[in-house]
Design a protein around this ligand. Structure first.
Ligand code: MGD
Ligand code: MGD
Ligand code: MO
Length: 764
């Protein structure tokens, strides 16, 4: 088996009933268990006390915002935030002896779970050409190695600079600055695999690639529609906000192929009611769509509303808003009228009566919020579907007013900030001319590679150096074996990382691992403690200041690493004051303010407890599109024809992981314990195919005449629609074809992979 793949090793599946309530006391117990496995009580409590506090650090978990007003003094975090901290603040570390004892080939035999548990990387490590083991290297020699390789390239466009979404604003700004002064826009990021479709759709529809709502809006909303998102696991603090909305009378509609526990009921562990076991029912209407049935469902909702509107014009739609603020309404209505309700219901997988019930809930409401995540963004027609969400909001005038709007719930804690700072392979002309005006160098104009294009470029041999500011490129990207070959083709791969991961063991001819401080670590430069800043999912910029003693004195902060590398790479000719930036981060922020709109008075405003909101046109009802109006968009429903032995597979997160970081082997809410190699199937499908729950199967994909196979998955019978299946990411990324991407956003279609399921040769 290729070391790029997770080895097939069964860990002993146990099944229980799926949970009906999320959070509550068990969540508190589980989070403490994870913390105590990794560090002593004192260090654990020290970290948790500062998590998401106004003078503390931003949770490295998700990008859900913190309340503007009161924050719980001791616990403004969730179970999975605590796990993220346990993972990062662990006192285990990887010494040079560890790397001397374990060859790269041996490390490749570990599962992602085992790799992650090894601890923090404690010193820079180098893998020489042809070597079997990583050996320690000085920081200076590491920078010289990278600079040497980059200078040898025949064009800066032969290098790729990836970013994952934990990188702070300061580090991200410096990184894109270094990369552009060096001469390329090859800045792919995790966003390309995540909310890129949201950015494209919202940009074209509403003139801003970000969501429009604030937390206050959530509290005020009359109806909240949650599509393709599992907040109980991935954004647990959102449940508190939804609970508040419910208390204010909101109706919640959940659209998902799975009855996710977090969407159903919630016990808030931070309230007396929660501790006394008094649960809040969150979802009022659950619409169990088929995978990618959302577009048909949304059209059915709009059509049902249209039928009522036509009976009494102005009673359902906000005609005033439509008239003043939108274009292409007539074309959209004409298109809607051509749709057939029974067909839409069939395509969505939801009975028409249920859709009618949801339409009734929307009928006379004007304050509607739509929240979504990967269940919408990672499909071939993702951009069109998200535009369809916007169409529905526009019909109701539910945008640019309190209690209403768009809420793409971001993933990584600073993924939105990284983009704001210019981490983008398609920079705007505005950004480039600002960089020129402020620094005096001429940035490259040609667009660079996104993630999928970067994989192809390395595979073809057109790109030869790969550097990553965080993340786990190999495991996060599609088509694992293809991507592995792409990385192996490189002359040099470099990772700035906190923890060991599979991308370190699937490497270029030479490889470097540069260990950096994490969010929870204390960052001291020039004798003074520094803070960095992050932007959350709702456009609030806040400071983040770690408070733990780093596990090794050889760790450097990301901003310092970029400054030092830039000096080695760009030398005396650089127009950027790298030396000064590394002295104190206020200098970086002073210059960010000159380049990036919305950051006036940055250093002052970000020191204000709770930070500040970035400007957001759509929030104020201004649409910065080419027409100056919000756009209705017309697109047809996309169906996926399947042969009798084919199924749709979505790749999802378990409750015990953060992307490719595996905290544990349980998926508690779904009732799956101690095993990740499972495939969720409908009981009828299991029987029809002649399988039994517990059987071990291999999964195949044949996109583009290439056979892709993932061996060894145990069938779990689950309440999932027929012909739909689910497996965990990243184990099944081998099956996601690199060329199966969303139109316009180029995001891999990780939520719809066509598979065949066959009995496995592997035994449990
Ligand atoms: N603890 C924890 N927190 C995280 C992360 C983590 O891994 N662990 N990851 C972070 C990141 S980077 C991100 S992007 C977010 C991800 O947050 P989510 O998007 O919630 O993550 P996924 O597990 O990919 O879940 C997608 C959800 O969409 C549903 N779904 C799949 N296909 C469809 C479809 O076609 N239609 C509909 N309506 N639903 C569908 C799935 O059943 C599942 O409930 O979370 C962030 N927060
Ligand atoms: N099949 C499938 N594939 C997917 C998805 C899916 O749903 N299905 N989801 C996609 C999504 S939404 C995303 S966002 C991507 C995620 O892609 P990535 O962001 O590339 O992956 P992560 O697993 O979040 O990266 C984890 C690594 O980041 C490093 N790290 C952690 N904290 C820090 C830090 O503070 N600084 C630095 N420098 N490094 C740090 C650690 O070494 C850790 O091993 O995966 C995508 N891939
Ligand atoms: Mo993400």
């Amino acid at each position: 088996m290729d070391s790029a793949e997770n080895p097939v090793r069964f860990t002993g599946l146990k099944l229980g009933p799926p949970k009906t309530v999320a959070a509550g006391i068990p969540a508190v117990v589980y989070s403490m268990r994870h913390i105590l496995e990794e560090m002593n009580v004192f260090r654990g409590m020290k970290a948790l006390m500062k998590l998401n506090q106004k003078d503390g650090f931003d949770c490295p978990g998700c990008a859900w915002p913190d309340p503007d007003d009161e924050r719980s003094g001791i616990a403004e975090y969730c179970e999975n935030g605590a796990k993220a901290i346990a993972e990062e603040a662990t006192t285990r570390k990887l010494t040079p002896e560890f790397f001397a004892q374990n060859s790269v080939a041996e490390l490749g035999l570990l599962t992602d779970y085992e790799i992650g548990k090894k601890g923090r990387i404690a010193q820079p490590m180098y893998l020489a050409a042809g070597a079997t083991h990583y050996t320690p290297i000085s920081w200076t020699a590491a920078y010289q190695t990278i600079a040497g390789h980059l200078h040898k390239l025949s064009s800066p466009n032969e290098a790729i600079f990836y970013t994952s979404g934990r990188t702070s604003n300061e580090a991200a700004f410096l990184y894109q600055l270094m990369v552009r002064e060096y001469g390329t826009n090859n800045l792919p990021d995790c966003s390309n695999m995540c909310h890129e479709s949201s950015g494209v759709a919202l940009g074209e529809s509403l003139g801003i690639g970000k969501g429009s709502v604030t937390l206050e809006d959530i509290y005020e909303a009359e109806v909240i529609i949650i599509l393709g998102q599992n907040p109980g696991t991935n954004h647990p603090r959102m449940l508190t906000a939804l609970q508040k909305a419910k208390a204010n009378g909101a109706t919640i509609i959940a659209v998902n192929p799975l009855p996710e526990t977090g969407l159903l009921n919630f016990l808030n562990p931070q309230t007396v009611k929660g501790i006394l076991n008094i649960k809040t029912q969150l979802t009022d209407i659950f619409l169990q769509v088929k995978i990618n049935g959302d577009m048909a469902l949304l059209k059915a909702l709009s059509l049902l509303l249209l039928q009522e509107e036509e009976k009494i014009p102005g009673s359902v739609f906000d005609q005033d808003f439509i008239e003043k603020n939108t274009i292409d309404y007539a074309a959209y209505i004409q298109h809607l009228k051509l749709q057939q309700l029974p067909q839409l219901a069939a395509d969505s997988g939801v009975p028409l009566e249920m859709i009618q019930q949801a339409a009734n809930a929307l009928l006379h409401k004007k304050k509607i919020i739509a929240c979504w995540a990967m269940g919408l963004t990672q499909h071939k027609n993702a951009v069109a579907t998200i535009k369809e969400v916007v169409n529905l909001l526009l019909l109701k005038g539910s945008i640019g007013k309190p209690g209403a709007g768009t809420c793409p719930v971001r993933g990584h804690s600073n993924v939105q900030g990284d983009r704001t700072m210019g981490i983008y392979e398609q920079p705007s002309a505005g950004l480039l001319s600002k960089l020129h005006a402020v620094y005096g160098f001429t940035p490259p104009q040609a667009h660079g590679y996104d993630v999928v294009k970067a994989i192809h470029a390395m595979h073809r041999g057109d790109a030869k150096v790969f550097m990553a500011m965080g993340g786990n490129f190999l495991s996060a990207t599609p088509d694992t074996l293809f991507t592995a070959q792409a990385l192996r083709n490189c002359d040099l791969t470099v990772h700035v990382s906190t923890k060991l991961n599979r991308s370190h063991v699937v490497h270029g001819k030479e490889a470097l691992i540069l260990p950096c401080l994490g969010r929870s670590d204390k960052d001291i430069q020039n004798g003074e403690q520094q803070f960095v800043t992050c932007e959350n999912s709702m456009g609030v910029v806040q400071l983040s200041k770690g408070n733990l003693h780093p596990v090794s004195d050889q760790l450097k902060s990301e901003p310092e690493i970029v400054c030092d590398l830039a000096k080695a790479l760009l030398g005396e000719d650089s127009r950027v004051p790298w030396e000064q930036y590394a002295q104190h981060y206020d200098y970086i922020r002073n210059d960010i303010e000159k380049v990036i709109p919305g950051f006036d008075d940055y250093n002052k405003r970000v020191r204000h407890p709770g930070g500040f909101y970035l400007p957001n046109g759509a929030r104020q009802g201004r649409f910065n599109t080419n027409s100056g109006k919000a756009h209705f968009h017309v697109a047809d429903v996309l169906t996926t024809p399947l042969a009798a032995d084919e199924y749709m597979m979505m790749t999802i997160r378990s409750h015990d992981q953060f992307n490719t970081t595996i905290y544990g082997l349980d998926d508690r809410y779904r009732g799956v314990y101690h095993e990740r190699r499972v495939i969720f199937m409908h009981p009828g499908d299991i029987a029809a195919a002649g399988f039994h729950p517990g059987d071990v199967v291999d999964l195949y994909n044949y996109y583009g005449q290439t056979e892709r196979v993932a061996h060894g998955f145990i069938i779990v019978s689950f309440q999932i629609p027929e012909k739909c299946t689910a497996t965990y990411f990243p184990e099944t990324n081998v099956l996601v074809p690199v060329d199966s991407v969303a139109e316009k956003s180029n995001t891999p279609t990780s939520k719809l992979v066509i598979i065949k399921i066959k009995s496995s040769i592997i035994k449990k």
